[in-house]
Design a protein around this ligand. Structure first.
Ligand code: GAF
Length: 383
């Protein structure tokens, strides 16, 4: 997105000079549905982002405008109530959270654009929230610590969008670094960067272009099932607080006899946390084959045990599994649609996309979109 164009559009709309912010979407290499269970995740910020142009107003009104990417035009929002428009909610939710925490905001004009594909599991919503938090912080000189921007963004998603999400997406958007994966411990919030050395391979995202309607409610249900499993184990092990503290033996003894479904969900998470620890060693040692194998295992677990995949995602993973040029693939993010992430030999990418797009179209009558993504830096001013 071109900074000058953003400025020009903003000036035409609001007749003022804006401050510009860029906030990226994210991928996740491995560690899915582990963040809200106190586990580890391995996301990275990407070269697709949300752009915000913002300026102060003389009054205390909030004017939001977006046209090419999402469409809304909301003027004179004085009280920070939920809007009918989900995107406006991400912005209003963040302003509301800042106020809740005692930060003083004035009125502002806000223009938003971006190139993170929507509903594709690349965290366009977290990018909007983080962009908003950072833009308001800069505009009103609030000095909000970076970590708090991520936490405020997460809380906005929970309160204004109703998704009881973990911290992965917002953390990746704020703390992303070019050429690095982040290994985040969601219990201590300590993180390290692991260089993403893919020698001859690239990360390819295949977008199913579907987002099944039950995604948000199923997400909240999975989270509740994990919490139920923890509560049953805690009756016997009082120090247990999240699935991070639980092992498979505990689940066999105290969860399986009570509820097979809850057991399946909790076992997936416990195994996935273990898988990520192995995966991080493999990435550090340059063992991409080993990492890829674990990604396939993660997909199997997400599909069969955690049950957050769908036929379109399964189709894309099954299609690449036998191919020597694809080291690993899996669904990514919350599930029920969006993208698969694949590690693919660089010179085979074009051919693979062509072949899969034809197969996908034939099977589902849908267009397959594909993006070769690069990692990138986190939320910052944009010039
Ligand atoms: C969504 C959520 F927002 C994240 O917090 C995370 O739980 C993810 O699904 C699944 O790993 O992106």
């Amino acid at each position: 997105m071109n900074a000058q164009q953003l400025k020009n559009t903003f000036k035409k709309l609001f007749n003022a000079e804006p401050l510009l912010v860029r906030s990226p979407g994210r991928i996740n290499i491995i560690g899915e549905h582990t963040d809200y269970n106190g586990g580890f995740v391995m996301p990275a910020a990407i070269d697709k982002a949300i752009y915000v142009a913002i300026s102060k107003r003389e009054d205390d009104e909030i004017h939001l405008f977006s046209e090419s990417y999402q469409q809304f035009d909301i003027s004179s929002v004085k009280n920070l109530k939920k809007s009918e428009n989900s995107w406006a909610n991400y912005i209003l939710g963040v302003a509301d959270q800042l106020k809740e925490r005692g930060y003083k905001l004035g009125g502002f004009n806000f223009y938003i654009d971006g190139d993170v594909p929507l509903g594709a599991g690349l965290s366009s919503s977290a990018a909007v929230e983080c962009a908003t938090g950072f833009a308001l912080d800069q505009l009103f000189s609030l000095s909000v610590p970076k970590m708090d921007i991520a936490l405020i963004a997460q809380k906005a998603e929970q309160t204004f969008a109703g998704v009881n999400c973990g911290i992965m997406d917002q953390f990746a958007s704020v703390f992303g670094k070019k050429d690095q994966a982040i290994m985040l411990d969601c219990r201590s919030m300590k993180h390290i960067y692991i260089p993403l050395k893919l020698d001859g391979y690239k990360l390819l995202l295949l977008n199913t272009n579907v987002k099944h309607a039950l995604a948000d409610s199923a997400y909240n249900k999975r989270r509740a099932q994990c919490e139920q499993g923890v509560a049953w184990v805690k009756e016997h092990y009082p120090n247990v607080n999240t699935l991070r503290d639980v092992d498979l033996g505990m689940l066999d003894a105290y969860v399986k006899p009570k509820d097979e479904e809850v057991y399946k969900k909790c076992s997936f998470v416990v195994k996935e946390i273990g898988r990520l620890l192995t995966a991080s060693e493999q990435l550090e040692n340059g063992n991409l084959q080993g990492l890829g194998k674990l990604m396939f295992e993660t997909h199997e677990g997400l599909s069969k045990d955690y049950e957050v995949s769908c036929k379109e995602l399964d189709f894309l993973v099954d299609a690449v599994k036998p191919l020597d040029d694809v080291l690993g693939a899996r669904m990514m993010g919350g599930g029920f649609g969006g993208c698969t992430i694949n590690i693919v030999k660089e010179d085979k990418i074009a051919g693979l996309i062509e072949e899969l797009a034809a197969k996908y179209q034939l099977e589902f009558g849908l267009k397959l979109d594909a993006y070769t993504v690069q990692t990138d830096n986190g939320t910052s001013l944009y010039n």
